[in-house]
Design a protein around this ligand. Structure first.
Ligand code: HPA
Length: 236
């Protein structure tokens, strides 16, 4: 049954979905890594694909940017298409000089000032949401097997990319121990909680708020392959 934002049939989507922000990155993953690929979504060009990786079925779909966008797509995938696991694979900005450009991070929790959880289910105290422990354990084991170092830590999910008070990130780093910023994982983890499903978030560092270093989109594309290979190996 199609939903307002995904024009697929229930069996079209695998139990595990990888979600980059950019639908063209979803296409890149499908073209580069998957066999027997079928596109299952075209609504708003938020492309989604299902195929096989090492003989196992897996899907990949764009989430768009920000919590309202990933909130819609992840909810529909969990609630209406039988999806069990969503692994976000995104980019982030470093809040500490202890992590470098292109490092791969795994979210141990997501801190946010967002009203997403309050509005979605009345969780008024919820400043942190959490990934699935079993998915995180699986991701850490796969990263080890592939010899890819990953750093686990609190991630700040922000509603704002362009801030007037840029240095505020230092307070968030100190108060919440958030090592990096992105814009989606808090809502994804919340949706997994309310639907009884699983989520995790792998990130590649694309810029640093400390050093102001940034990467080009071409460099990012190449660096992201490490993170994609870890996530793809989670296919069930
Ligand atoms: N802010 C928010 N999200 C991001 C950033 C950032 O600096 N870099 C990559 N995703």
């Amino acid at each position: 049954m199609a939903t307002p934002h995904i024009n697929a049939k229930k069996g079209d989507i695998a139990k595990t979905v990888l979600m980059p922000g950019d639908p063209l990155r979803a296409k890149f993953i499908a073209d580069t890594y998957l066999k027997d690929v079928k596109r299952f979504n075209t609504v708003r060009n938020m492309f989604g694909y299902t195929g096989t990786y090492n003989g196992k079925t897996i899907s990949v779909m764009g989430s768009g940017m920000g919590m309202p966008s990933i909130g819609i797509y992840s909810y529909e995938l969990y609630q209406f298409f039988g999806v069990e696991n969503i692994i976000r694979i995104g980019s982030c900005g470093a809040y500490t000089d202890e992590i470098d450009l292109y490092d791969v991070l795994l979210a141990s929790s997501a801190y946010s000032e967002s009203s997403y959880a309050k509005v979605q289910s009345g969780d008024y105290d919820e400043a942190y949401t959490y990934p699935s422990k079993s998915l995180n354990d699986n991701i850490e084991a796969q990263a080890k097997a592939l010899n890819i170092p990953i750093t686990k830590g609190v991630i700040h999910s922000s509603d704002v990319f362009y801030r007037e008070h840029f240095d505020d990130y230092k307070t968030i780093y100190k108060k919440h121990q958030a090592i990096a910023v992105e814009m989606e994982s808090f809502a994804l983890f919340h949706n997994a909680k309310v639907t009884g499903k699983k989520a995790a978030c792998l990130l590649t560092v694309s810029d640093s708020l400390v050093t102001k270093a940034a990467t080009s989109s071409e460099e990012r594309q190449n660096a992201f392959t490490k993170m994609m290979e870890i996530a793809l190996s989670i296919a069930e």
